[in-house]
Design a protein around this ligand. Structure first.
Ligand SMILES: [Zn+2]
Length: 541
């Protein structure tokens, strides 16, 4: 796919950055007051300008015209005064350092894509190199993109560097998934939130390019493009690039035809492939490889299903037919025969969700692929659901017949039957779903706590408390230790998106010798205490 316009019009100063007023203000005032943090975390959806801002910041600290950053505070005071009258824009984008950052040849700007360098060895080698002074610039700048993809061990190694970074280093971490960043990292960085551009802001940016490149496009068509880009500067510019290459006067009508016509037959084939998920996945990957982006493809699929829905409900002649040639309209009518109203609305639901997820996806086609698999299995799901009910019925019968001990029934019932309040149950299932993430986050800090958390039971979740049931009182003591409690509470709060505390209670699980396996990785003294508690609970105390 062509990237020419995107690279050419990528913002090179904070002023050129679209939207992001808070981010701009924060960076600018810290910069002017010589109070930049040594580590930033940029959080926001794809295409919101995180990487561009990171490179601008790298230029700001290293620009040869910058007299503010890095000077002793007395000199800084004098400089601030004189700088105002000279009014130099920093970065200047003209000095050797600025240019070397723009063209990617600067040795002191190190960009790491955590999605492909996510291991402990990558971070270890980074830690080695970090000690060396910058070769030609004032600061070594490390940009770690998609930082949430780092393994737990790599996070842990990075943490040590973030704790005591050499003074010549600036870290800029970027992620689409803020919720996946461990609290321990968050507490050592300054977090800045990026938002998608509004349609107006995007339109303004596209207009700038249209003027500079003298592209023949009317305002209505440009608005259509801005809408299609859905807040992403990158997507908008790429679309404009694609359209401009056609070289003719661009109107909404020609835009609609050109963005659609190439895809129409492919999309129709795709929905015919829905009875075979392998075929459907191959189909979308073929289309993505040919340069259509995942968002455009998702929108086209939604568009087709919307048309099928209108046809199904008897307004095809009035609302669909005028937008298509008669051949295409007949194809649509034929396709509508394969879908029920219910199936079409379910598919639209699935696609709508995929579109939302797309904004934050680190693998851009993944939400669409998942949606396609889900749509392909739609019919199957209905059969599965019937089956599940039968299985659960038989489970209930069994339970009454063989009289399983009440403690186990309690476990079973919490998984089979949803708890009474709906928000409660969705919180619990959210936590259960993310429990592996909780364990992975805790492991590097505290092995025994992680091991313990493998055998707990979450019984209730209120507005601000998670009730955790543990089998032994020493488990309760470990969990209630302030350090452990803080760690667990911060992770749970992150997952649920609100301030949560934990309440630990003892479950009435029978004492059995093999349960000691659960604590095999606990520290020595804890094992001894645990053993004492389990085996001599009557004699100790
Ligand atoms: Zn410069």
């Amino acid at each position: 796919m062509s990237n020419a316009f995107y690279l050419k019009y990528r913002p090179q100063t904070l002023e050129q950055l679209i939207g992001q007023e808070t981010v701009k203000k924060t960076i600018l005032s810290s910069f002017q007051n010589n109070k930049l943090s040594h580590a930033y975390l940029f959080v926001g959806p794809r295409g919101s300008g995180k990487t561009s801002t990171a490179r601008i910041l790298a230029k700001m600290v290293n620009c040869e015209k910058s007299t503010v950053y890095g000077l002793p505070s007395t000199a800084k005071q004098a400089e601030v005064g004189s700088r105002k009258s000279e009014d130099i824009t920093i970065p200047c984008n003209k000095c050797k350092t600025c240019i070397s950052i723009t063209d990617g040849s600067n040795m002191d700007l190190i960009e790491i894509d955590a999605a492909s360098n996510r291991g402990i060895d990558d971070i270890r080698s980074l830690r080695e190199k970090i000690k060396l002074a910058p070769t030609a610039s004032k600061k070594k700048v490390y940009i770690i993109d998609e930082v949430h993809m780092l393994t737990t061990e790599a996070f842990n190694a990075l943490l040590k560097t973030l704790e005591e970074p050499p003074s010549h280093v600036l870290f800029i971490l970027a992620t689409t998934e803020g919720a996946k960043i461990p609290q321990t990292i968050l507490s050592r960085v300054q977090k800045l939130d990026f938002k998608l551009a509004t349609q107006g802001e995007l339109l303004e940016a596209l207009e700038r390019i249209v003027k500079a490149e003298t592209i023949d496009i009317d305002k209505e068509a440009l608005t259509f493009l801005a809408k299609r880009a859905d807040g992403s500067f990158r997507d908008g510019v790429k679309l404009l690039d694609q359209i401009a290459a056609m070289g003719e006067k661009i109107t909404t009508k020609s835009l609609e035809q050109n963005l659609k016509s190439g895809e129409f037959q492919n999309i129709l084939n795709l929905i015919k492939d829905f009875n075979d998920s392998a075929l459907a996945l191959l189909n979308i990957n073929r289309q993505l490889e040919s340069g259509i982006d995942a968002k455009a493809l998702t929108l086209s699929l939604m568009d087709i299903f919307r048309n099928l829905l209108l046809i199904k409900n008897g307004v095809g002649e009035a609302l669909v037919s005028p937008n298509f040639t008669s051949d295409k309209y007949q194809d649509l009518i034929k396709a509508s025969g394969n879908f029920t109203n219910q199936k079409i609305t379910s598919n639209l639901d699935i696609l709508q969700k995929a579109l939302e997820k797309l904004k934050f996806a680190s693998i851009p086609q993944l939400p669409l692929e998942l949606a396609v698999v889900e749509m392909c299995s739609l019919e199957q799901t209905i059969d599965d659901r019937k089956l599940k009910v039968v299985v659960e019925d038989s489970k209930i019968e069994n339970r009454e017949e063989i009289n399983i001990p009440s403690s186990i029934v309690k476990d079973l019932s919490s998984t089979i039957y949803p708890p009474p309040s709906s928000s409660d149950s969705s919180d619990i299932s959210k936590l259960k779903e993310k429990w592996t993430f909780v364990l992975e986050t805790i492991r590097p800090f505290n092995f025994s706590l992680e091991a313990l958390l493998r055998s707990i039971n979450i019984t209730e979740c209120t507005q601000n408390k998670v009730l955790i049931e543990v089998p032994y009182s020493f488990h309760q003591r470990i969990l209630e230790a302030p350090k452990n409690r803080d760690l667990l509470e911060s992770i749970i709060s992150d997952i649920l998106g609100r301030n949560m505390g934990i309440l630990v209670s003892l479950g009435n699980r029978p004492v059995r010798a093999d349960d000691i396996a659960n604590i095999e990785v606990a520290e020595d003294d804890e094992i001894i205490r645990a053993a004492a508690e389990i085996f001599n609970s009557d004699t100790v105390n």
